[in-house]
Design a protein around this ligand. Sequence first.
Ligand code: KIV
Length: 257
Amino acid sequence: MKQKIFRIKKLKSKRKLVCLTAYSKPITKVLDKYCDIILVGDSVATAFYGMKNTKTISLNTMINHSLAVKKGSKKSAVVVDMPVNTYKNFRQAEKNAKIISKTVHCDAVKIESNGKNFNIIRHLVKSGIPVMGHIGFTPQYKKKFKPHGLKKNEEKKLIEESKKIEKAGAFSIVLECIAEKTAKKITRIVNIPTIGIGSSKFCDGQILVTDDLIGLSGFYPKFVKKYLNLQKILEKGVRKFKDDVIKGKFPKKMNTY
Ligand code: KIV
């Protein structure tokens, strides 16, 4: 197993894992020294391209963003989301995961669980590609954004799903929008790190979409903490630029050749 992935697995119950998404080199350069994992999420579809959902992002687009992220990262593990239609069967999953892995030199790929694709995870891991799982709200397969695991039967299903993902060989699992009591149980039961997004403090680590954290996405469900209002900061700068241009205050002598 790749060194960074091995280290991440060993951190379970030792300290919390810090994870964020990135789609570009400049953002990655900022995140790299603080993060254990940088995920090139297929949330790039909605957060960056303004698409309706993540279902139509292409493999090539994911690879291009991943190459940019890889250029900005030194310390953290880079994990690349596989688009929904790229891992439907063993052959397709292996072919595409190898393309990603060989082109990007990433540390792992992430695939969302549809409650059935555990064999795909097992196959990729056997082929030498570390895999991160993803359960709960899985945007590639679900339409409506809602919390999962609030009911007893949902909790049972999620616990079973996480055990199967662990057994298939995944090195960690993203728990998205899962009720606190269920996330706590899953984290206790599985021996691989759980990375929560909207799934309580009881997960082994936390991930947020960076665009949400910096206040640039306009998508702020309850589980997001906006640490920065970059939209406001950008507006202030752009407004000043506009004033300066209109008033002839920019460019000055010092900006001129
Ligand atoms: O695509 C993404 O950014 C993700 C995170 C929300 C975990 O899958």
